[in-house]
Design a protein around this ligand. Structure first.
Ligand SMILES: [Mg+2]
Length: 159
């Protein structure tokens, strides 16, 4: 099915960097909220920091987020030492494509990692990236309602 991600993982920590290199990936595009940061927290955990460091040793990494909140954006910008695209308009591809162009990166060399099929995975597919769907980084702490909505959204990617 079109929205089926190339990989479906529990979290970013399960991403196999060797495998990504083997399939020709040079850049990792990361959704922010719930993918690498607890939603609205504005902080990375130590574990996430070291994952980001390891990833950036081997790949170009960048955040592509639909977030529009100025205060949050400035908080995240201060603690991130890699490129960030906010107000990305996913699943639209125009702004992400222009962002990649600025860094001379071709979408086919990218993997897009996110927690939302209808925004992240769809955007990656439309761009021609590889895609990885992850569970929310705080899945164990989410309310029943949020988990229910996530389940519904995932029904759309069943084969
Ligand atoms: Mg997200």
């Amino acid at each position: 099915m079109f929205l089926k991600p190339d990989y479906n993982l529990k979290s970013i920590y399960e991403v196999d960097f060797d495998e990504l290199e083997r399939i020709g990936i040079h850049a990792i595009l990361l959704d922010l909220d719930s993918t690498i940061m607890a939603s609205k927290s504005g902080v990375y955990t130590d574990e996430t920091y070291s994952w980001l460091k390891n990833a950036s040793d081997r790949f170009f990494i960048a955040v592509v987020s639909n977030n529009k909140n100025e205060e949050y954006i400035s908080k995240v910008t201060k603690i991130s030492d890699f490129p960030l695209l906010f107000r990305a308009g996913k699943p639209g591809t125009r702004l992400v494509r222009a962002f990649l162009d600025d860094y001379n990166i071709s979408p086919k060399d990218c993997v897009l990692i996110g927690d939302r099929p209808l925004t992240d995975i769809l955007c990656g597919k439309l761009l021609g990236c590889k895609t990885i769907l992850v569970d929310s980084i705080t899945a164990d702490k989410e309310s029943k309602l949020v988990r229910f909505v996530r389940k519904l959204e995932r029904l759309s990617i069943r084969k």
